[in-house]
Design a protein. Sequence first.
Length: 394
Amino acid sequence: MHLSMWTYPWDIQDQGLAALAADLRDRAGLTTVSLAASYHAGRFLQPRSPQQKAYFPEDGTVYFRPDESLWQDKLIRPLMAENVTERGDMLDALVRARDATGLKVSCWTVCLHNSRLGMLHPDHVTRNAFGNPNYYNLCPSSPAARDYVVTLVRDITTNYRPDMVELESPNFMGFAHEYHHEKDGVGLNAEDDFLLSLCFCDHCTARAEKAGVPVEGARRSVARFIAELCEREIPERQFQDFPEAGIDAFHDHPDLHAYLTWRGEPVTSLIGEIKAAADPATSIVLIDLKDGWLGGVDLAAAGKLCDGAILCCYDMEPDAVGDVIRTGRAAIGPGKFLGVGLRVFYPEVSGPAILAARAKAAVDAGADGVNFYNYGLIPAKRLDWVKTAVDAIA
């Protein structure tokens, strides 16, 4: 069974490769390490590190050595983190040490969530119905952004040969909680956030118009909804069956409904292009959420083109976890990998019993493995909680 823990390169550098292997393999009972290969900015409390209790990673960088021969003619190019130069290439170290550690290696790869690249390439980010840029989200309809992600995964898989690549954010992103120091005095509800996240950039417009989709009618509808939500004294719901009804919540607005139906196309086709360019020895799986359609993910369609998915079920009770996994299994079919992502954060996980119950619910519902979040962000004693969960599904 695939049993992994999401891990940052600096976690390994701070504690050492031997200590990581002992923690994951021996103490937690895991079989794989999921290493961040590309990542965004953040501020992390690091309880495990002997010297870094607060850590601020570079924004929008990669944690491996890019192959310059693959990037010479690319408009959007990766920036190698200074961490690699200063403290070593942990992806290379893990791959070389697979036999010694007994741990398989998966690359946790952030795709289109990249504020640094968005600021450098504003013509290739998503834009709302008013044309305002979302600098944190390269657009999956942009040819240059697509080329960047496809080449990124090709580089990792051909030059490092990990066992798996986990694709995070190869899709459209939401409006809230994606940037830094965000301010919202309106009090956006879920549908407001969704409407603000819908992209009408030139690339989406051209791609959708080529498919015969009424883009301008959809944009006008969304712009009106956004204007209305900004004028209300307090937030109100306009679409009472959102998000439960999916895109059918917008069935009374046919142009917008048509646009939302189309919106999965650039995401699905990008995942297909990533898989086609990757070394076939590496499995390509998608990291997704319960309502992936909000980001344009059609799990059934994407599942036909890649090797599977990891569905994150962080703050969910066991019954809800089981429901998500059953729905995911029905979407991708019996032959593809399906994992569950579980967070080991307090207070959403108050002890080993609830973590074990969630893991068991996922496996009983058809999951092939579990990814736990996150090695460097939790106290060492919670590795014992992970072992309890592993024992419950062994």
